[in-house]
Write a protein that binds this ligand. Sequence first.
Ligand code: NIG
Ligand code: FE
Length: 407
Amino acid sequence: MSGKGEVNDLLVFNIGSLVTNDLGRDGLLGIVEDAAVAISDGVLEWVGDGADIPAEYGDLPRLDAGGAAVLPGFVDPHTHLVFAGDRSDEFARRLRGESYEEILTAGGGILSTVAATRAASEDDLYDSAVERAWRMLANGTTTVEVKSGYGLNAATEEKMLRVARRIDESLPIDVIPTFLGAHVVPAEYREDRDAYVDLVCGEMLDVCAPLARFCDVFSDEAAFTVEETRRILEAAKNRGLEVRVHADQLGRVGAAHLAAELSAASADHLDHATDEDLTAMSAAGTSAVLLPAVSFSMRLPYPDGRRIWDSGVTVALATDCNPGTANVESMPFVVALAALNMGLTPDEAVWAATRGGALSLRLEDRGHLVPGAVGDLVVLDAPTHLHIPYRPDADLVAAVVKGGVIL
Ligand code: NIG
Ligand code: FE
C-alpha cells in the first residue's frame, strides 16, 4: 500500500550521496552527489543536482537529508514473514550439533511451525506478522515478498495469504504474495506423496492462486523432487501465477536448472548450483536470490556470490526471514553479510538489495530512483552507502519514505 489518503508529494534535498541505480548514469549505482529528488503523487518525477531544482517543485513539502546518503527503499524478495510459534529450542539443539535435516525428518523444524500456524487464529497470525513488518519498514524495506507454506492444507495456506494481504492493505509496505503449498510434505501425507502433490495442484491452487502472484516450491533433498516441482509449477503457471524456486540449498538436485527451463522469476538459495545451472538461469532471465542470513544463522559455508554475479545472472539479496533458518528482518544486515562473506562488493550488495530484489520479483517500477519509479527511499544516518557493511551493527536508517510519504 502506498500512503492512501496522505499527502504524497515531497522534495528530498541536501542529499550528500544519492544511489539511483540509474543505468544512464556512471557506475553500477549511478551515484549523484549533492542531489535532490522530487516526488509527485507518490511517483518520482525528477532526480538531479541539488543546485538545479526546477522552480515547479518549490512549493512541495520538503525533507532535508542533512548531507547524508539516500538509497531506493530495500526490496526483500524472499521471506516467510507470516508464522506462529518459536523455534529457539531447535536453534539451541542445532548449536549443540543436531542437523536441520534430522530435526525436520523427526517431525520438527518446518513441521513444528506448521502445527503452530494451523492452530493460530487469523488475527493472532496477523498481529505477530505486523510487528515483523513494522520492524522491516524501520530497517528501510518498502517492498517485501511473503510466502505461505506453514499451512500445508488449503484452509491454512489461504489464511496465511489473507494475512499477507491484510498487511499490504494496512501498512505502508508493499507485500508481494507467494503460494508455497509445496514447502514440505505434511506428516499426514508422508505415505502418499503423490496425493499431496495432487492436492497442491488441485484444491490448494483453486483457493490460493487468486490470492497470490507467485508460486514457489522447496525443491530439495528432504522436500520435493525435481519432477514433483515441475508438476506443481506447471500447474501454477496454468493458473496464471509466475514461479520461483527454493533451489539446490541442501544438495544439487537440478532445481536451479528446472527454474531456468520454466522461465522462473528466480531461483533462491543456490548453495549447490553449478556453473551450468547459472548459465542456464542467466539465459532464461531467472534471477538468483541469495540468502546470506541463512548461512550465518546455520553456520554453513556461504554460497560464492562472486561466482554467481560473474556468471551474468541478476543477483538479489533477501532476508529469508523465517523461524527456522534465519530469524532476520534487516536488509542492511543482509547487505553487510553479503559484502563481508560472499565476495560481493558493497556496491553490488546494495544494488542486489534494491534493484536486484525488484527485478527478481519482476517489478520494473522500483529498486531504482529514476523518473516514473515509485517514490520509495531511505535516508541513512551516514555519508555513503559504504557505511552499511562498514558499521554492520549500527541502526543507519534515519528516515523511510514510502510513496512520497515520510513514515
Ligand atoms: O528458506 N528452505 C526452506 N524453507 C525455509 C526454512 C523454513 C523453516 O525452517 O521454517 C528457508 O530456509
Ligand atoms: Fe525460504
